[in-house]
Design a protein around this ligand. Structure first.
Ligand code: VGL
Ligand code: ZN
Length: 199
């Protein structure tokens, strides 16, 4: 079992059907990260450490969609199967939803709010929840390296957390080839630690 520090939380970013093969905004090989992510979920939950799952959660007329002049095909529309977490993902934690306002996009999990067990949005942000639980370090994994993983990790660093990103548990969209690698280099420069592949 990989090592988990006692002030750490795991942040699983947007491991949703639409970002996996067959989805409307499929990240190449997106579902290939699931075994490695599940291993982290097992390790964090065995240590009793918090796990946050972020979920891109757009209204049907979201500003990021092409029909409104945005860069993306429609994806992760609230309540659809495309927006659901991938069925092979182990879910043992708390769900945070983001980008649910029609006219505003949000890549970072830190723009998300906690959902209660009935799936209703609360007003508790991810940062507030992490502080409430005494978390000081984050391990960030999921999709996509060059968008929501990048934005979440950078916000974590700005918020004063020690941030680790496991590249083997992430995949990029790579709209331009190399975007994923550039995002990892930027994260390292900003102070994030990249998990070695043999962790
Ligand atoms: C994402 C593009 C659009 C992501 C979300 O989760 O990385 N990418 N919406
Ligand atoms: Zn989105």
């Amino acid at each position: 079992m990989p090592e988990v520090l006692d002030d750490a939380a795991l942040i699983v970013v947007d491991l949703q059907n639409d970002f996996c093969p067959g989805g409307s905004l499929a990240v190449p090989d997106g579902d290939a990260v699931i075994p490695r992510v599940n291993r982290w979920v097992e390790a964090f939950s065995a240590q009793g450490r918090p796990i946050a799952y972020t979920q891109d959660w757009h209204p049907a007329d979201h500003v990021s969609f092409r029909q409104r002049g945005g860069p993306w095909p429609p994806h992760c529309v609230q309540g659809t199967s495309g927006a659901a977490l991938h069925p092979a993902l182990l879910v043992r934690g708390t769900l945070f939803r983001k980008a649910f306002e029609p006219d505003r996009d949000a890549y970072s999990g830190f723009e998300g709010v906690r959902t209660d067990p009935d799936g209703r949005l609360t007003d508790e942000t991810l940062a507030r929840w992490l502080h409430r639980l005494g978390v000081r370090r984050l391990l960030v994994v999921g999709l996509a390296t060059d968008y929501c993983v990048r934005a979440t990790a950078l916000d974590g660093l700005r918020g004063g957390f020690a941030v680790e990103v496991d590249p083997a548990a992430c995949r990029p969209v790579d709209v331009t080839p190399g975007d994923g690698e550039r995002a990892l280099a930027e994260l390292r420069r900003a102070g994030a630690v990249l998990t070695p592949p043999d962790a």
